[in-house]
Ligand binder design. Structure first.
Ligand code: MG
Length: 388
């Protein structure tokens, strides 16, 4: 288990029903059930929060759901549309980290640098709400188990944390069902032994628990103590972070391209550092007027994560491979990730130290106020130079 990451579990709330309510305003504020037909053996796949008030939950037979909530609107669902919405959410996740384990169409674990979990969770919550108009809940902690429980406790439409040191106070009073994997069958067995809460489970001898729950017993015993050593399982997609921009007017001037490359380098650098990673390879992408597109990469000895280091390589690549203007698009990508070390093996020079502190400050501002504030600040700081 990697020690220097925060783990987030991001889970869209009543996802299918929320998308339907988004696309059709008439459905908003009403109980909506997405799932199979009430005739036959159809079950509820997702129900809106308005339907949950009536006791409806997912996996319930549709027939029973309609008995509980006769006014509910039943929809068969549109998987292509849900996938499209899911891709939009994934794009937002990718702004913050390349380390993403998708669990299902509406749920994913993310890993970011230790200490950045909360701010990232809040930023994702706001971005999904503002850009996609969908409710999402985010749980933040240091392992998958606690992130998942934090998310359940935060729901709906909220961000919550559950840190290992809070397990005794916050997790132990909860019923055993609060632990992922403890279903009705396991619950019944545990109740039979007088175990009602997670705390009682935690203090129960591990060997006895294994006799009651079989092979799952040992994991449950760890879970009850907030311990979970499962790593994130990343998808096989090549991992990279990139930013690109298409110009509103083609750029002819070589010099004018440099601030663009700097801006793109800062964007990927920020995301790289937020994920707690460093990169070996920097790639420059250029598109010409005739839509011909080239990508040129360079791997550095060691790894980089600073804006100016990334920019330095991007600028070199541009100097060697710029071709003939005009350019209509430029992009910068970093790949070949390694986990960033907290400390350089070399003692930083005073200049590097200053640069590092400035970078940390800029990142903090960016996290708090978004990228605009940095760009504005850069423009402001450029102005006096132009006047002189
Ligand atoms: Mg969900």
């Amino acid at each position: 288990m990697k020690k220097n990451r925060d783990i987030l579990l991001c889970d869209l709330d009543a996802f299918f029903a929320s998308v339907e309510q988004l696309d059709n305003p008439d459905l908003r504020g009403k109980p909506v059930l997405v799932g199979g037909s009430p005739e036959g053996r159809g079950v509820v796949s997702t129900c809106s929060y308005e339907a949950r008030v009536f006791g409806v939950h997912s996996a319930m037979p549709m027939k029973k759901a309609l008995e509980l909530c006769p006014g509910a609107i039943v929809l068969r669902g549109n998987m292509a549309r849900y996938k499209e919405a899911s891709r939009g959410v994934r794009k937002i996740f990718e702004r913050y980290t390349p380390d993403i384990e998708p669990v299902s169409i509406d749920e994913a674990y993310l890993a970011v640098k230790r200490g950045f979990g909360c701010a990232t969770g809040k930023a994702i919550h706001i971005a999904v709400r503002e850009e996609l108009n969908l409710p999402i809940s985010v749980g933040v902690s240091t392992n998958k188990l606690l992130a998942k429980i934090a998310c359940e406790l935060a729901k709906p439409d909220n961000v919550g944390t559950l840190w290992p040191e809070e397990v005794e106070a916050l997790l132990w009073p909860l019923p055993v069902r609060a632990l992922p994997g403890v279903g009705p069958v396991a619950e019944k067995k545990l109740l039979g032994c007088g175990i009602k809460t997670v705390g009682e489970l935690a203090s129960f001898p591990k060997e006895s628990l294994a006799r009651i729950l079989g092979s799952f017993g040992e994991a449950v015993h760890s879970y009850a103590r907030g311990i979970d050593n499962r790593e994130l399982e990343f998808d096989t997609e090549a991992k990279s972070i990139s930013e690109e921009t298409t110009f509103s007017e083609d750029i002819y001037d070589r010099e004018a391209m440099l601030p663009v490359l700097m801006e793109l380098s800062s964007g990927v650098g920020y995301r790289l550092r937020s994920a707690g990673l460093t990169a070996r390879t920097i790639t420059l992408k250029l598109r010409y007027r005739d839509f011909k597109t080239i990508t040129r990469s360079k791997s550095v000895p060691g790894t980089v994560c600073g804006d100016s280091e990334i920019y330095g390589v991007a600028r070199d690549l541009f100097a060697r491979h710029s071709g003939s203007p005009p350019w209509r698009l430029a992009g910068v990508q970093v790949s070949g990730f390694e986990e960033g070390s907290q400390m350089s093996i070399f003692q930083p020079t005073p200049e590097e130290d200053k640069e590092n502190r400035l970078t940390a400050m800029r990142d903090q501002l960016r996290r708090k106020y978004g990228s605009d504030v940095i760009i504005q600040a850069k423009r402001l700081s450029r102005k006096p130079k132009n006047r002189n």
